[in-house]
Design a binder for this molecule. Structure first.
Ligand code: GDD
Ligand code: MG
Length: 333
């Protein structure tokens, strides 16, 4: 089985972290988001993927010079301008030659344990042009909302409806099984949204099906969800991986709880870190407090500074000693 992985977005909601690193190359407890996504595909029989790249493509190409992740062969397709989700799938599938058999396409920022081969089997049984994985969420308004009938046929595809107007809590979970005929709906070189244009057309043609499958699922595209997906790996919600890198330096009287501390990071005397992610090479000064926040690589947090309530500090940024920050992006946009 072959897959197109969408990784070309700007990661706007995760700025400033994504100013230097594309979203799918951000670490999720020491392993990039992309590696975690591809490892799951590999577990379910995917042998080849094409990365649909646009923003900072060289970061991916340099990170995987062997053209392989977890035994899965990588192709790179670099858009010269953003083609949106539909255009990007068409471009990448053609570039990699994935045009003659059923293929998978997915959002590269979704972390789940989806049984992809089972989804492919269900798609074959439905016999439509496409099958979508659906997951239940509390607030469907930031997702594609997908009501289905008793036979699994999609009744409507409503991308990001106004709050309170979604007809169901089951949303597009971002993994699709598609027939090559879907490529005919994606004119070459044309910018087109899969969710706003292509899927609604497939619904009208009665060609789109969906499978409701609950289970661990997070779209890691916001500071809150990115932090959650990483902490879930260390706090027992999903697994209990080691959270503190072997070479991190943590002062004896510092307190680190429910948090991740990356390679070469330092936490100085009296600092308090709770529910947070400290990325590689960052330094947390003495007496600083970091709660429910993310500190980017090589950032310097001055003594006594406080980072609270989903504050996000970018690559190599310096936070002045003694300052307090609530839900801030540093540097500000
Ligand atoms: N190559 C390329 N080119 N990739 C793109 C482009 C583009 O122009 N635009 C977005 N992407 C990639 C992003 O990098 C991401 O992996 C994926 O496409 C989806 O984009 P997001 O920006 O993360 O979309 P979203 O989270 O708001 O909504 C999407 O995902 C939800 C589930 O996580 C939609 O598919 C929703 O319907 C869905 O519910
Ligand atoms: Mg997303």
């Amino acid at each position: 089985m072959r897959a197109v992985v969408l990784v070309g977005g700007f990661g706007t909601r995760l700025r400033p972290l994504t100013l230097s690193t594309p979203k799918q190359m951000l670490p999720v407890n020491g392993v990039t988001m992309l590696e975690r996504v591809i490892a799951n595909l590999g577990r379910h029989g995917v042998t080849e993927v094409v990365l649909a790249l646009g923003y900072l493509p060289q970061v991916f190409q340099e990170a995987y010079p062997t053209g392989e992740i977890a035994g899965v062969k990588l192709h790179y397709a670099v858009e010269s301008e953003p083609l949106d989700t539909g255009g990007a799938i068409g471009f990448a599938a053609r570039e990699a030659g994935f045009t003659d058999q059923t293929f998978i396409a997915l959002n590269g920022d979704v972390i789940n344990d989806l049984n992809v081969s089972q989804l492919v089997d269900q798609h074959k049984t439905f016999g439509g042009e496409g099958t979508i994985h659906l997951t239940p969420v509390e607030d469907p308004s930031r997702f594609g909302v997908v009501p289905i009938d008793a036979d699994g046929r999609v009744e409507a595809f409503i991308e990001k409806p106004p709050a309170g107007e979604a007809p169901t809590n089951w949303i597009n979970a971002g993994t699709y099984v598609l027939e090559p005929s879907v490529l005919d709906r994606l004119p070459e070189g044309q910018k087109i949204s899969l969710e706003r244009a292509v899927f609604p057309d497939m619904v009208a043609a009665g060609q789109l099906f969906a499978v409701q499958q609950a289970g661990y699922w997070v779209d890691a595209g916001t500071p809150e969800s990115y932090l959650k997906v990483a902490l879930d790996l260390v706090n027992g919600v999903r697994s209990s991986e080691p959270a503190i890198a072997a070479d991190a330096l943590i002062a004896d009287d510092a307190s680190v709880t429910n948090s991740i501390v990356g390679f070469g990071a330092q936490v100085e005397s009296g600092a308090i870190i709770d529910g947070s992610m400290i990325q590689s090479g960052a330094r947390i000064g003495s007496g600083a407090r970091v709660v429910n926040s993310i500190v980017g690589p090589n950032a310097l947090i001055g003594s006594g500074a406080e980072l609270l309530d989903l504050t996000v500090v970018g690559d190599s940024f310096t936070v002045e000693p003694g300052t307090t920050h609530f839900a801030e992006k540093l540097p500000a946009e």
